[in-house]
Design a binder for this molecule. Sequence first.
Ligand code: ADP
Length: 520
Amino acid sequence: MDIYDVLKTYFGYDKFKKGQERLIGGILKGKDVLGIMPTGGGKSLCYQLPAVILQGVTIVISPLISLMKDQVDSLNEMGIKATFINSSLDHKEFIERLYDVKAGKYKILYIAPERLNTKIFINLVESIDISFIAVDEAHCISQWGHDFRPSYLQIPQFIKSLKYRPPVGAFTATATKEIVKEIKELIGLRNPIESITGFDRPNLFYQVIKVNDKFSYVLNYLENNYEEDSGIIYCATRKTVESLFKKLTEKGFSVVQYHGGMNSEDRQENQDSFIFNRSRIIIATNAFGMGIDKPDVRFVIHYNMPKNMEAYYQEAGRAGRDGQKSDCILLYSPGDIVKQKFIIQNSNFSSERETVMYENLQYLIDYCNTDDCLRNFILSYFGETPGKKKCNNCGNCLDKSEMIDVTIEAQKILSCVYRTHERFGLSTIIQVLRGSKSKRILEFGLDKVSTYGIMADYNEGAVREIAMTLTSKGYIEVTADKFPILKLTARSKEILTGEVKVYHKRYLIEKKIEIEKSVK
Ligand code: ADP
């Protein structure tokens, strides 16, 4: 059978998706491959299809223990003999499976990485013919990525230990250039055939919403959009998941929750309830979602900002796998930055890694504050050059809010950073500009600088808004640190000299003035 026959007979499809044919061709020629395809791009088929054609067993290394059974069941239904080995098996079952694999009963064997270097498994591998090793979710090997799994570090050792090294492939949906490089090096891919099919998901509508009352926003959204359809709401902490779950249940919505503090049966039950449409909405921490293949998720709302762009892209990317129009909405509040920094500070990372985490977080903060095209922002992050200046299909491109010229305000902010010798963070800069008499300002003598009090008429939020936008556009640099310091960049002078004008949404600045007035 040729690949088209196999595609039709086993998988029931007539055509390949982008990138699949190239990777499958590579695998069939005995080459290593690297497949970077967006969520829903059809990565699994790239190694499942050759497994049918090639002699021997294809080993698939996957971190998704809870999904292995489903994947294996659906392969068996299609007529492709598959099985899995993971910690859910007892010893007897484990031994039986090994025997069956040895007896040639299977074409595909899924295995969890922590099982690879057991003696018993190595012995098995030495006694069978392996056609291909597929490393799924390969980004989990990178310590710098958002989903590092220490067990993935066992993969290189396993591959090196093999007397005969079969072709190896790595597959993932999210990887920056640096992470791609790391995947190749660590897994030891040899001149791989690569297919990087791009990160654009044209059916996803990206939007950032700045609201104080997130709950009201969500209520309003759920009542007026995709009323019958499924969606995911991600929160940063278990506590937020629980409280939002309670509030939405009280309002009569069909919701379930999912977080790491629940026992595995409850988690599985809630996950199934969402996947099989018994519940419309799942409220979850980032523990939920990897490998979930629910095609008709119509919206992913982030109630809090996640930790970086890759995490955001992957979580938001769980919407619209079927290619239908879907929403990816990030609810932004500056308080979320504090939450994420707190998580970084309490994670005991090396200082080098902490710096990277702060840098990555800053990129996402910039995403939340940019008024440029959000899709292009994402594509640029992953190293793609966007084809157009505007996608005309994201919250920013379609935003009709009135813009006002804030060039003078921007100049004042930049001057203040300069006059205070690029030694302070945003809060201090704002205090200086607004003429604060706080002890800290007076102690540092900052009431003596020429920019002291030159924005006394503005409220804190407005100055912050403008400064954050300047950062998102590269006119201010923020150091990657627990207490980040603002610095000028090579481009700051374009604004200081008036060469470039800066605009901002009027409502974001004015509303804050009103709030402050009403408080007084
Ligand atoms: P991911 O890249 O996210 O792992 P999957 O491998 O789960 O994606 O595939 C996503 C969906 O696309 C699945 O439902 C799969 O059956 C389907 N699919 C894969 N290849 C094709 C194809 N050539 N034509 C149509 N649908 C496909």
